[in-house]
Design a binder for this molecule. Structure first.
Ligand code: GAR
Length: 301
């Protein structure tokens, strides 16, 4: 299942709303509604100040059911297709997260799977970690257990407190969340594909990984249906290698390697384009790389 790049978004927030602000700036006109379980959440004020519908939906004592039913009604009436948790400090039920599988994201202030749950900065400090960071991930029924889409790393410094560490990390969060959302809206990030989904899309019943699916989609877009099954099955032919390398390069900025290493890899894209040219796919490959080239401008972590 893919989302439209212009998909309507909802943000669920319980507090300050700085990630909400980053999302509002990155997706002007796309956030349809902001919902908080806290009546006095500054996030609601931020949304109203930006002219966005901002609603308090109480979290009843003892369970998520009434909250989720009210939110479902709001999301469907506002035609929302992607839900973004931004400092939303409640655990949604398995029924809700299953219904929104692949269409609900969260940001968490650690390099998951390390330090899930509450007080992530304190957990990193107590563990003596040299680095911490943030993770944007798909939400599943667990607490911060869903598949990671994008992570950013920041150093922990001597003498750091929860406050200094969280202040250092926050700009990385504000960069990461919009980037991860763009990946999802462009169909470049998605939960691990199930064989049934792959069969529905490509007519081949295999268990491919995300890179295999993206490579298969590239080949299909390039008019090379003949190589799609090989890409899904992980067979390396010149065409499938090209598709995999193109995919790796366009997502190179999303890895946790150092920024200089990521940029160095990107700078070598000429070699890939030459290889693509020899296979008659130079223009296609260049277009695929251009899809994420603009993300480099905003990648500082
Ligand atoms: C952010 O640091 C976010 O990562 C964290 O809450 C903060 C919200 O700040 N979320 C979690 O800890 C979720 N487990 P914000 O309201 O300014 O965006």
């Amino acid at each position: 299942m893919t989302l439209a790049p212009s998909a309507r978004l909802a943000v669920l927030a319980s507090g300050r709303g700085s990630n909400l602000a980053a999302l509002l700036e990155a997706f002007p006109g796309q956030v349809a509604v902001v919902i908080s379980n806290k009546r006095d959440a500054p996030a609601l004020e931020r949304a109203r100040a930006a002219g966005i519908e901002a609603l308090h939906v109480p979290w009843p004592p003892g369970g998520a059911r009434d909250f989720e039913a009210a939110v479902e009604t709001l999301l469907s009436s506002r035609q929302v297709t992607l839900v973004l948790l931004a400092g939303f400090m409640r655990l949604l039920s398995p029924g809700f997260t299953r219904a929104w599988h692949g269409r609900i994201l969260n940001i968490h202030p650690s390099l998951l799977p390390a330090f899930p749950g509450l007080h992530a900065h304190a957990q990193a400090l107590n563990a003596g970690a040299a680095f911490t960071g943030c993770s944007v991930h798909f939400v599943d029924a667990g607490c911060d257990t869903g598949e990671v889409i994008l992570q950013k790393r920041v150093p922990v410094q001597a003498g750091d407190t929860e406050e200094t560490l969280s202040r250092r990390l926050l700009p990385a969060e504000h960069e990461a969340y919009p980037q991860a959302v763009r990946l999802v809206l462009r169909g470049l990030a998605f939960p691990r594909p199930q064989p049934g989904e792959i069969e529905a899309e490509f007519g081949v019943n295999v268990a491919a990984d995300a890179q295999g699916v993206r490579a298969a989609r590239l080949l299909r877009d390039w008019g090379r249906e003949d190589a799609v099954a090989d890409a899904l099955e992980g067979h390396l032919t010149p065409l499938t290698s090209l598709a995999r390398s193109t995919d790796e390069l366009r997502l190179a900025w999303t890895t946790l390697d150092s920024l200089s290493e990521r940029r160095a890899r990107w700078e070598k894209r000429g070699e890939l384009l030459v290889q693509a040219e020899t296979l008659g796919l130079g223009a296609h490959c260049a277009r695929a790389l251009a899809v994420t080239a603009d993300e480099w401008d905003t990648t500082t972590y």
